[in-house]
Design a protein around this ligand. Structure first.
Ligand SMILES: Cc1cc2nc3c(=O)[nH]c(=O)nc-3n(C[C@H](O)[C@H](O)[C@H](O)COP(=O)(O)O)c2cc1C
Length: 197
């Protein structure tokens, strides 16, 4: 086993009842798991919900319950070398629970790369992705130019979870290759010289 493998946290941003998101996160998760240079950790915000009320700035979570909810997510983001955010588009943007998960964290994002897999109607979720780039820049994360977007996602997958259009698999490979390049470069850079923000 290669100890040098990159730890990739796949964050599923949709929490809606009846959501389509797991089909998309399952597909990209399979791509990550097939690679020898990566391990995958799926952070599903339904399984690990986060509080929606923030504590006073600079203070710890207000309750033990809130602290426990955070403890199920934060260490996994901290341990990640790279992220893949799986997001649908809601009203030309990203879902609120995803923004909440981003806002709960700071150092966990710093000097780490983020790739995107988006889905939606006509726009393939691309408006959500472009807005996430602005948010993540504030957190000193590096977003990957190349991504995957599923237009009309509900008709893009076979019953076995594979994508019907081979172009989607090719796009995933490009995105993950670029993610790996940045993840290796930034992991080494962070080790050589701690990132000061
Ligand atoms: C509140 C809401 C707003 C939406 N707004 C958009 C939109 O602006 N653009 C778009 O392409 N699709 C939009 N959709 C369609 C979603 O992208 C599509 O239903 C997708 O499956 C949602 O992801 P989910 O099933 O994982 O929740 C919207 C869906 C919801 C529930």
């Amino acid at each position: 086993m290669n100890d040098d493998r990159l730890r990739v946290a796949i964050i599923l941003g949709s929490t809606r009842d009846g959501r389509f998101g797991p089909a998309v996160s399952g597909w990209i998760g399979a791509h990550v798991r097939r690679r020898e240079d990566m391990t995958a950790d799926l952070v599903d915000l339904v399984e690990t919900p986060l509080p929606t009320v923030f504590p006073v700035l600079g203070e710890p979570p207000a309750s033990r319950e809130d602290a426990d909810l955070l403890a199920a997510v934060s260490p996994r983001l901290a341990a990640a070398d790279a992220f893949v955010i799986v997001t649908p588009e809601y009203n030309h943007s990203f879902p609120a629970p995803l923004k909440n998960a981003i806002d709960w964290h700071g150092t966990e994002w710093r000097a780490k790369p983020v790739g995107f897999v988006s889905y939606g109607g006509f726009s393939a979720g691309l408006r959500a992705v472009e807005q996430l780039r602005l948010v993540l820049a504030e957190l000193h994360a590096v977003t990957i130019r190349d991504g995957v977007g599923f237009q009309g996602a509900w008709s893009q997958f076979a019953p076995d979870g594979s994508a019907l259009d081979p172009a989607a698999d090719a796009a995933a490979t490009v995105m993950l290759d670029r993610l790996a390049w940045w993840a290796h470069a930034l992991r080494k850079a962070r080790a050589d010289r701690p990132y000061a923000a």
